[in-house]
Each structure stands twice: as structure tokens, then as C-alpha cells.
Write a protein that binds this ligand. Structure first.
Ligand code: SF4
Length: 128
């Protein structure tokens, strides 16, 4: 893991420019306007996490591409693997917003969920 990290805190709109430096077992953070920046920088330095947003394919010609996202944050290192996985998924029924398209996507323990109501767009509830 990095010994020094310069990053921008994305916890709130202030977007503080943070510098984190590892000194032994201690990580010193500067540039933060509040304690949440310390937590953010420490996580970025040790085990960075991100939410994934993307699309998957569906069988419906009215909606051939469907937006999805992870239900929570996953290890940043898994993002490319998840992106590759989404290119393999084909939805064969009209999902409601928030329904799980794939549990435990790429072994992250986090589900991939549909973020729009496909039934409204396609007018369908049954599989093709
Ligand atoms: S350090 Fe605090 S004030 Fe600055 S961006 Fe992060 S959460 Fe916002």
C-alpha cells in the first residue's frame, strides 16, 4: 500500500485536498476540514472502496440497455472485474427498480441491482 497519498475527499461537497502519510503504524492526514476526512484518507490508503455504476443488456428491444449499480461500496480493485461481468449479463424479464440482477457480484458480497423500473419502459412483466 502507498506510503503517501494525495487525494480529494469526496465525503462532502467541500472537496478538501488531503495528504496522507504513513509513519510506521500511524497514518497522518492533513488538509481535512473535519474528522471525516481522516477516516476517508485512511480508508483510501489501506482499503479503498467505490460504488460501481454501469449497464447490462436486456432482451427487450424497448430497453436494450439497463442501468445498474452495486448496492453498496466494493473494493476499488474489483471495479474492472465487475465491469467485465456486466458485459456478460442479459436480463430476460422486466425488473423493478432495486431488484437484484446478481447477488454477490464477483464475490464481493455486494449485490448488483437494477436502478430503473424496466416494467414502466417495456410495459412487460413476463419473460420473453
Ligand atoms: S474533510 Fe470533511 S469538510 Fe473536507 S470534504 Fe471531507 S467531509 Fe467534507
Amino acid at each position: 500500500m502507498a506510503e503517501r497519498l494525495e487525494t480529494i475527499c469526496i465525503v462532502c461537497p467541500n472537496g478538501c485536498r488531503l495528504t496522507a502519510v504513513r509513519k510506521g503504524n500511524v497514518i497522518e492526514v492533513s488538509g481535512n476540514k473535519c474528522p471525516r476526512g481522516i477516516t476517508y484518507a485512511e480508508a483510501e490508503m489501506t482499503a479503498p472502496k467505490r460504488s460501481f455504476t454501469g449497464t447490462v443488456a436486456s432482451v427487450f428491444k424497448e430497453m436494450p440497455v439497463v442501468p445498474v449499480r452495486t448496492a453498496g461500496e466494493v473494493d476499488k480493485a474489483k471495479i474492472l472485474e465487475i465491469a467485465a461481468r456486466t458485459r456478460e449479463i442479459l436480463l430476460t424479464r422486466a425488473y423493478a427498480a432495486g431488484e437484484v440482477a446478481e447477488e454477490n457480484v464477483c464475490g464481493t458480497g455486494v449485490a448488483l441491482i437494477v436502478t430503473t423500473d424496466m416494467r414502466k419502459v417495456t410495459g412487460r412483466t413476463e419473460e420473453l
